[in-house]
Design a protein around this ligand. Structure first.
Ligand SMILES: C[S@@+](CC[C@H](N)C(=O)[O-])C[C@H]1O[C@@H](n2cnc3c(N)ncnc32)[C@H](O)[C@@H]1O
Length: 121
């Protein structure tokens, strides 16, 4: 718990009250150092609006997008939709780093494949 509190303070600065209430009734947390938005990434209309109008993201800046074991949980067309709205939204240079399971036959891969099958992905 102490380790988690130290990490939260590192990320959110001294505004610990705000950090404690993060995501209380909201889908986002804002601090001077860090901004978090919880959203269904398939919903491009809402997510684009929140990123620009509520989080103030400057979409003209060079942007790096990291996804880790996310796109694999979606249907192919939804993954393509995410990449499409990212390309539409960010008018400057954009890089996308995507990490997914690459060896479905090792113990971790087998667990992931079973998990995905159970979810109907
Ligand atoms: C295997 S976890 C990846 C965890 C993440 N990389 C991390 O380090 O916490 C898959 C995550 O994808 C999220 N996810 C799946 N579909 C999503 C969607 N349509 N929109 C937003 N998040 C989604 C799930 O909620 C889950 O947290």
């Amino acid at each position: 718990m102490a380790k988690n509190e130290a990490m939260v303070k590192h990320l959110f600065g001294d505004d610990t009250d705000a950090a404690k209430t993060a995501f209380g009734n909201n889908s986002m947390f804002l601090s001077p150092q860090f901004k978090i938005l919880a959203a269904d990434v398939r919903d491009s209309t809402i997510i684009k609006d929140k990123l620009v109008n509520e989080l103030g993201v400057d979409t003209s800046l060079p942007t790096l997008v990291l996804t880790e074991c996310l796109l694999i949980y979606m249907k192919g067309e939804d993954s393509l939709g995410v990449l499409t709205w990212l390309r539409e939204l960010f008018t400057g240079d954009i890089g996308v780093v995507n990490y997914e399971v690459i060896n479905p036959d090792d113990p971790f891969g087998r667990t992931m494949v079973e998990n995905l099958e159970n979810r109907g992905c």
